[in-house]
Design a protein around this ligand. Sequence first.
Ligand code: CU
Length: 149
Amino acid sequence: MAGNPGASVALIGAFFVLVLLSSSPVTTIASKINVGGPVNWTFGFNYTDWALKSAPFYVNDTLVFKYDPPNSTTHAHSVYLAKDLRSFLACDMSRAQLAGDVMRGAGEGFQFVLRKRKTYFFVCGEKAGFHCSTGLMRFFVRPVRRCHV
Ligand SMILES: [Cu+2]
C-alpha cells in the first residue's frame, strides 16, 4: 500500500494516545451501594448471599440501608453492628451497637461509610434477633483498599 507515510505515523500516534487515555487510572471515587439492591433492607432476603455477590467492598464506600419507618403495614427494621463473629452467628443482640434506628432508613436511607479496613457485622436488631436469624437480615463485609497505579 503506497499510502502517505506521514498520515500512517499520525494514525499510529493517535492510536497510542487513545490506548494511553483508556488505560489511565480510574479516578478513585468511592461507591454508594444500596444494601439488598432493589429489595432494600427487608425481612427474608439472603443478605449473606447478596454481600458475597456484591464484593469486593472498598474502604470509604458507603452502604445505604433503605427501610420504611414502622407503620400499620410494615415491620420495623434497624441496623446494628454485632460485636464479633460469634455474636453475629448467634444473632446475639446483647452486645450489638446501634448504628441506624427504626426511623433512619426512610427517604434516602441510612448511610454508613466503611471507613476502616476491618470486618463489619451488620444485623437487623428487631425482635430480639429474630430478623437477624429467621429473617436473614445479616451480612458482613471487610472493605479493602483500592489499588493506586
Ligand atoms: Cu428487620
